[in-house]
Ligand binder design. Structure first.
Ligand SMILES: C[S@@+](CC[C@H](N)C(=O)[O-])C[C@H]1O[C@@H](n2cnc3c(N)ncnc32)[C@H](O)[C@@H]1O
Length: 243
């Protein structure tokens, strides 16, 4: 491992946390506090650093139409919805009534209730029938790990060229490389999913070791399109410059 990777101590983490544009956001702070007050289950929440990154990415690519699988108490949906361009929406899937009720309360507090469309129920049944009217810009998946491949197979073709798909927990606490744990079905599924993404020419992929692993994919434009050609040309230039 390159020695540039520093140890993530409490102090370093808190320092990084403080250096964000939305570090002092009172609404998200209150939602985090209420989520953590739920007890052990509060650990399911996306981390504040991840939420800021998701928000930045969604804004960066000019997101209008987004899908989220795994609403929970609504932190990531708020992070995405705040960045939507006018008239846009986040379609957010979750099967839990209790936790999504907290999400709904906070969407109202944030004035985002018209921007987030909660699809309550089993996402494994709902997502395969989801057909957006326009191509999606941004997808964030943070739900049942065994279904990531199925969600990807259905949603990837519905994302525009230059759009993004983000998957959470893709390192599974490092269990995929632990000889004692890597054969657990959930870890095998995540490992197969990670390998599938890394070799899929429809996307450009990076797995970031942030929190429990977060994979960011950029949907490649269709072959032959102007956008694709400009990306390919830049790659050629880099090869030439590198000699
Ligand atoms: C890790 S939490 C999501 C955290 C959330 N993104 C946040 O901002 O904090 C996972 C959520 O996925 C939901 N979930 C898990 N399996 C599901 C399924 N098959 N269908 C719908 N929701 C599911 C759970 O109810 C839970 O709320």
């Amino acid at each position: 491992m390159p020695d540039k990777h520093i140890e993530l101590t409490e102090e370093v983490y808190n320092y990084a946390l403080a250096q964000r544009s939305d570090a002092n956001d009172p609404l998200l702070a209150s939602l985090y506090a209420d989520t953590l007050a739920l007890g052990e289950v509060g650990r399911l929440a996306v981390t504040p650093l991840q939420a800021s990154l998701i928000s930045l990415l969604a804004g960066l690519i000019g997101t209008k139409w987004a899908v989220e699988v795994g609403t929970f108490t609504g932190i990531s949906s708020i992070a995405i919805a705040r960045m939507l361009s006018p008239g846009g929406k986040v379609f957010s899937f979750d099967q839990d009534f209790k936790y999504t009720s907290m999400a709904r309360r906070y969407w109202i507090k944030a004035g985002l209730q018209d921007r987030i469309d909660l699809r309550l129920g089993d996402a494994r049944r709902q997502v395969p029938f989801f057909r957006p009217r326009e191509l999606l810009d941004f997808v964030y998946v943070d739900a049942d790990k065994e279904s990531y491949a199925a969600y990807y197979d259905h949603l990837c073709p519905q994302v525009r060229g230059g759009g993004m798909l983000v998957f959470d927990n893709t390192l599974r606490g490092g269990e995929m490389v632990d000889p004692n744990l890597r054969n657990k079905p959930i870890n095998r599924a995540m490992d197969a999913f990670n390998r599938k993404l890394a070799t899929d020419s429809r996307v450009q992929v990076v797995l970031l070791p942030i929190a429990d692993g977060m994979t960011i994919c950029r949907r490649m434009p269709p072959p032959g399109s102007e956008l694709r050609r400009s990306i390919d040309t830049r790659q050629l230039d880099r090869v030439r410059i590198g000699g």
